[in-house]
Design a protein. Sequence first.
Length: 348
Amino acid sequence: MTWRPTIAALAGLCLAVSATTLPAGAAANAEQVSAHAALAGPPGPPPGVCPTGASYGPPLPASTLTAPRIRGGFTFLEGPVWVADGGYLLMSDMAGGTGPYNVQPSTIRRFTPPATFDTFIANAGSNGLALSADAQQLVAATHDQRSVSAYRLSDRARSTVAANYQGRAFNSPNDVAVRSDGVVYFTDPNFQRGNRPDQMSGRTSVFRVSNGQVSLVDDRLRQPNGISLSPDGSALYVGAYSENKIYKYVVQPDGSIGARSVFVNYIGGPDGGTIDCAGNVYWTSGGDSLVHVYSPTGTQLGTIRPGNSGTTNVAFGGPDRQTLYITSGPWGDSGLYSVRLNIPGYPY
């Protein structure tokens, strides 16, 4: 289903960012994104993602699935996100580190089914991607500036969502999730920090951005990676890559975070994840290159195999959002895979 924004929904992403929080030269871009009020309704997924009042059966056609490859030959794909209004998928393609700080360049590629690929944003500096609540902006974890950015889909103009925490540079923001009222959550491991100075005193953390203010969610995780919200907005899931665990946090109505618990006690090298409209959790594992599928209670329901190595992230897409797109493959031959499932889900 293609969602078209109403006037109320155009409240969009909470990017009330003042020029004082931006790095040099970014203030002009911030003016292109107005300050927004919270959206009406429950703080769940972006409008139009999950049908209201629907009931669902098992999410997988079989407990073990194989996802065919659409195309390979990319350097290192990450962060797929489906843009329903355009009918295309965006994803980051990261290259090897360059320059004195060994920072990885990144290009945002576009896939338009059934087989068209092109460059959407060159030199994007991005890793994980999501959509703003009004679906008009691409929210990106951008390690080039050690920030979270927003790219306007209409003209690719870039602005800053989060520049730093209490004046200290992030490590290298990795993945993002956006609530329907525009609250942004993101992970900050140090994977793409390169040779730049550590201003986080060795901590790798999860952060929240609400009304332009950055607050700490948790700095106890070892290399937090993928991040996803439950459909009703009441739970936040984070994969701790160096702990081989997925954590679950209670989310309060105002977006603040409550109690933390272990959702999955062991998954080898958890990378990116997504959620379907029944609340089932899909998480990629670098250890076995599978997509592991869990019920909302943490029971494993099955696995999906896209390739033989390097599975990184997942997103639902297609006209009915029942196609699961998967980025996977070894460095230098990363590819895009897909498989049809029984339940629609998040576009990132």
